[in-house]
Design a protein around this ligand. Structure first.
Ligand SMILES: [Zn+2]
Length: 118
């Protein structure tokens, strides 16, 4: 059984602006690039956040930030490749929805890394 709250109906990636996801239940969530990049759920970025280091920009990061490519990872997430060469982050739709609604997207015990900063 599909949970409509966490199933995207449309996913709109604008490479130099951001990502907008419309969920099956009608909820629409938009994210700007920098916000998305900084909450990257991969282990590397999680480690940086844990050390209170900036996830982006890093020394030598190209600006402005852009998405080079984005594609679905199975049915549950969005894989984003960034123009700074970073491509290990997979953003689960459920986490994006929870995060947009103001909850904690990636609680520390989820295995996806904590998000301390907006
Ligand atoms: Zn990352």
């Amino acid at each position: 059984m599909v949970d409509e709250r966490y199933e995207p109906e449309t996913t709109d990636v604008v490479r130099d602006e951001g990502v907008t996801i419309a969920f099956l239940d009608g909820y629409v969530a938009s994210f700007d690039l920098v916000t998305l990049r900084r909450m990257c759920p991969c282990a590397t970025c999680r480690g940086l956040r844990d050390q209170r280091e900036p996830v982006w920009p890093r020394p030598g990061s190209p600006t402005p930030l852009r998405i080079d490519d984005a594609n679905f990872h199975g049915a549950w997430g969005l894989h984003i490749e960034w123009n700074d060469g970073h491509s290990t982050g997979i953003y689960p739709f459920e986490s994006l929805r929870r995060w947009h609604e103001g909850g904690v997207a990636f609680p520390r015990d989820s295995g996806l890394g904590g998000v301390d900063e907006a």
